[in-house]
Structures are given as C-alpha cells and as structure tokens.
Design a protein. Structure first.
Length: 77
C-alpha cells in the first residue's frame, strides 16, 4: 500500500514538469503573450492546437516591430 511518501522518481517528474512550464511561460512572455497561456499547454489535446496557433500566428512582438519599422521612415513631430 502507498504510504504517501514521494520518492525520487516522482520528485524528478514533478520538477521536470515545473521546469517545462517555466520554459513555456518564458517563451510566451518573450513573444509578447501572457504567461498564463501556459495553462492551456497543460491541457491534453488543447496543447496541440495552442502550439500550432502559436507557431503560425503573428506574435505581438512582430506586430510592434512592423509598426516601429513603418514609423522609422516618417518624420518625427
């Protein structure tokens, strides 16, 4: 019977999952999205669609870069 103790393999899995969650959170943050999107990555099947959407959508960082580049040629007021 399980005594409620967490062994080394379980602890390793939990730490690895937390590490992956923090990585995804950082990736979303650097792309210009909220880190809370990481919760969608944790849901089976939903995560596949989130990753596809994330890969093929225009990121907020890209939109801001395009805006800055288009304003770079115009004179400042």
């Amino acid at each position: 019977m399980y005594g409620g103790k967490i062994g080394l393999p379980e602890l390793a899995v939990v730490l690895f999952v937390l590490f992956l969650i923090s990585l995804w959170g950082q990736i979303f943050h650097k792309a210009g999205y909220s880190r809370w999107l990481v919760l969608l990555v944790a849901i089976p099947l939903v995560n596949v669609f989130v990753i596809i959407w994330f890969a093929f959508s225009k990121w907020p960082v890209e939109i801001e870069l395009e805006r800055l580049r288009s304003n770079a040629g115009s004179p400042t007021r």
